[in-house]
Design a protein around this ligand. Structure first.
Ligand SMILES: [Ca+2]
Ligand SMILES: [Ca+2]
Length: 400
């Protein structure tokens, strides 16, 4: 109700001075009518209604504005232009995701598969996750699921980001972000190449190791890990995204010290290290960028620059021959969240050359509208061979 609706109220010019009944009303108001009109407008009940309506309007406007921001942030209107190398084929045996890929210097690729992640599609919800191996030195490389040693709970294995580490004795360790029962742990495995198996050594848990997405190992039991959400409840996660809270961070973990080394990300995701080990690259998936961070002797990180990519950046790897960053990206995240086979989410791989220079060069290595590959999350190269993994779909092998 407004003053203009009152019988016998003053002209519009004067109504403004009446406000919502907090003043004595307009100069031209009739002395007889004024007290009753003011009494009606300023009654506690009406005031309450007006305040409630105002708050509701402001709330709806804020939600509307936030949702628009989120649609923009998730590239809800973007369609991808195809960029497809000639010599690519889907990898047989990888049907339920290949979220992260890490290739050893000698061409053995580890692939994490079967991720169950809130809000993301999953084609095999009852099957535990697996780690696959692919030898890129072979003429026609095939994947093989690695056996995991007894004593590890394989039924709840839900592998996410991975990172390899080779010690001074050339023993290969695979560190895996795991979400058993939707929690976050880091599992350390020793790779037995002859047996094609993983021997479970240790499960790392810590109160700061929550909602972990990816890790990069720096030494024995020393790693950086990204946290992609602050809340664990799915609806609070949505609220976190809508309200742009930026409460996620990068954690440094070692047996002696655990600390947050960088924060302020909307959703910190993929993480990797430069070939000279001096810089850390981190993807903020919802901010559509890569942060280039300098690593200090005490493991702290300071931000040097941010490279905006305009696409939702998931995992990062480095081309060992050139030092270029390869980014597995989601061109349109709404299609990923509202999965529909008729309008499936696409895939996009970007190459960032000279990331430390004034003007990094960004080029598209691969892009597809989802007709071939859906929801690309990682790309990794070895001697002219490119592997592209996905959150829940297949994986692609290309000879460049
Ligand atoms: Ca990784
Ligand atoms: Ca990721």
């Amino acid at each position: 109700m407004t003053l203009a609706q009152r019988p016998g109220s003053a002209p519009a010019r004067e109504e403004t001075t009446g406000g919502v009944g907090t003043t004595r009303g307009g100069a031209g108001a009739s002395p007889q009518r004024l007290p009753s009109a003011c009494a009606r407008v300023s009654s506690p009940k009406t005031m309450g209604k007006l305040v409630a309506l105002t708050l509701l309007g402001a709330g709806l406007a804020l939600i509307g504005e936030r949702l628009m921001t989120l649609r923009e942030r998730t590239n809800a209107y973007r369609e991808v232009e195809p960029v497809e190398p000639q010599n690519c084929h889907l990898i047989e045996g990888l049907e339920n995701g290949s979220e992260d890929i890490d290739i050893l210097p000698r061409g053995l690729a580890f692939i994490s598969s079967g991720l169950k992640y809130p809000g993301m599609p999953n084609f095999a919800p009852d099957e535990p996750g697996q780690i696959f191996l692919m030898d890129l030195n072979e003429q026609n490389p095939r994947v093989q699921a690695l056996n995991i040693s007894d004593g590890f709970d394989k039924a709840s294995f839900n592998p996410h980001g991975i990172s390899t580490f080779i010690d001074k004795d050339q023993i290969v360790y695979l560190y895996v972000v795991n979400h058993p029962h939707m929690e976050s742990t880091v599992e350390i495995f020793k790779f037995e190449e002859q047996q094609r198996s993983l021997v479970h050594l240790k499960t790392i848990k810590h109160e700061l190791l929550k909602s972990v997405n990816d890790i990069v190992v720096l030494g024995a039991e020393q790693f950086y890990a990204t946290r992609d959400h602050y809340f664990t409840n799915f609806f609070l996660v949505l609220l976190e995204m809508v309200m742009d809270l930026r409460w996620t961070y990068i954690l440094f973990y070692s047996p002696r010290e655990v600390k947050v080394v960088a924060k302020g990300f909307i959703s910190a995701n993929g993480i990797t290290i430069s070939p000279d080990k001096k810089y850390i690259y981190v993807a903020d998936v919802l901010d559509k960028n890569i942060h280039v961070m300098k690593k200090h002797d005490n493991w702290d990180l300071t931000q040097l620059k941010v490279i905006q990519l305009g696409t939702l950046v998931d995992n990062l790897t480095v081309d060992p021959d050139t030092g270029d960053i390869l980014a597995g990206c989601h061109p349109n995240a709404i299609k990923l969240l509202m999965y529909n086979t008729e309008d499936s989410p696409g895939s996009e791989v970007l190459r960032i050359q000279n990331a430390l220079s004034e003007k990094p060069r960004i080029s598209t290595e691969y892009a597809n509208n989802g007709s071939v590959l859906q929801g690309s999350s990682v790309a990794s190269v070895y001697q002219g061979k490119l592997l592209i993994g996905t959150v829940f779909h297949k994986a692609l092998y290309c000879v460049l």
